[in-house]
Design a protein around this ligand. Structure first.
Ligand SMILES: [Mn+2]
Length: 324
């Protein structure tokens, strides 16, 4: 797989770049921004890194100082072009969206649903991560990534594939990419420790609380749980170790869908959805203004979690109680 000619031309037509990714970034988004930014600097370009944050996730919060929540007005005088990474709709850029104005925009992404935007688009839903696509861009523009770039690219690939657990047969491109990144100096062991170590005991206790509340619907086909602000305060937890909760619940016999809701404030709920097969949770998240992948998606909407829970169960009911 090679980047399209119009995208390669986009990188050759400009000499300064603003890189941005989705708000509440994950390691695929941040890894894509860091690796592409480093490669563009090696080409002699100027790079500005924007991300609205928040940098809540443990594996990426160390990188927050490298990103700005707003775009430097001085950098805008350099006639920059924008590269949007790992972001399926302009709204997911948060407050940065309004700052991009009429700058030329290229989008590099792998999300299945979204609202097409940008002047040049390389959106490949089959790509296992956005870093997978960035590796191809770096390969085309420069050849091999540096050891540091390779590490960031592998970090994103391992994040979005669940360390290759979510890949099915026919996924050899992901492994070829991983092999090239390992050749370039990236250590899968170091990436695993980066993604799985350094957790807080309070967060693990919060996971225990959320697990203890799990409700089963349709013989475990759907497993549901929730958390509120007061849970986090009581335990001194910062955020739940959600990937681990999904992994634990998806291992339950018969499970097809996992739904986790979090009350973020008096009138804001965030939801995470995971699906083994059957249910397209990207479309389900879209009902609540979110997005993501067929098997993993998320959303944020106004309201209280019990109302959102009811709406989700109503939407899932036709899958598990087919009408005659
Ligand atoms: Mn991604």
């Amino acid at each position: 797989m090679e980047p399209p000619a119009d995208l390669v031309a986009f990188f050759k037509q400009h000499s300064s770049f603003i890189l941005v990714g989705h708000q509440d970034p994950d390691a695929d988004c941040i890894g894509s921004q860091l690796a592409l930014g480093s490669a563009l600097k090696r080409l002699g370009y100027e790079v500005f890194q924007g991300n609205q944050g928040p940098f809540k996730r443990l594996e990426i919060n160390r990188y927050q100082p490298l990103f700005s929540e707003t775009i430097d007005p001085f950098f805008k005088t350099k006639n920059p072009a924008v590269v949007v990474l790992d972001c399926s709709t302009p709204e997911r850029l948060g407050s940065l969206q309004a700052e991009l104005g009429s700058l030329p925009i290229a989008v590099v992404d792998h999300h299945a649903v979204g609202q097409p935007f940008g002047d040049v688009r390389w959106v490949v839903p089959k790509a296992p991560s956005t870093t997978f696509l960035v590796e191809r861009i770096i390969h085309t523009l420069l050849g091999a990534p540096t050891e540091e770039e390779a590490y960031w690219l592998l970090l994103g690939l391992c994040t979005d594939t669940g360390f290759f657990r979510h890949l099915e047969s026919g996924s050899s491109p992901a492994f070829h990419t991983a092999a090239r990144l390992t050749d370039a100096g990236a250590s899968p062991k170091a990436v695993f420790q980066h993604l799985n170590g350094g957790r807080l005991l309070a967060n693990q206790k919060l996971m225990g609380l959320v697990l203890s509340r799990v409700e089963s619907f349709w013989d475990n086909r759907v497993l549901f749980s929730w958390e509120e602000e007061k849970d986090r305060v009581a335990l001194g937890a910062e955020n739940r170790e959600s990937d681990m909760i999904y992994q634990v619940l998806q291992s339950v016999s018969g499970n097809l869908v996992v739904v986790l809701l979090r009350q973020e404030g008096p009138d804001k709920v965030t939801g995470g959805l995971r699906s083994k097969d059957v249910v397209d949770v990207a479309s389900l998240a879209a009902v609540f203004g979110g997005g993501g992948h067929i098997r993993a998606s998320g959303f944020s909407c106004p309201g209280r979690w019990p109302e959102v829970k009811k709406k989700i169960l109503d939407a899932l009911r036709p899958y598990f109680e087919p009408q005659a």
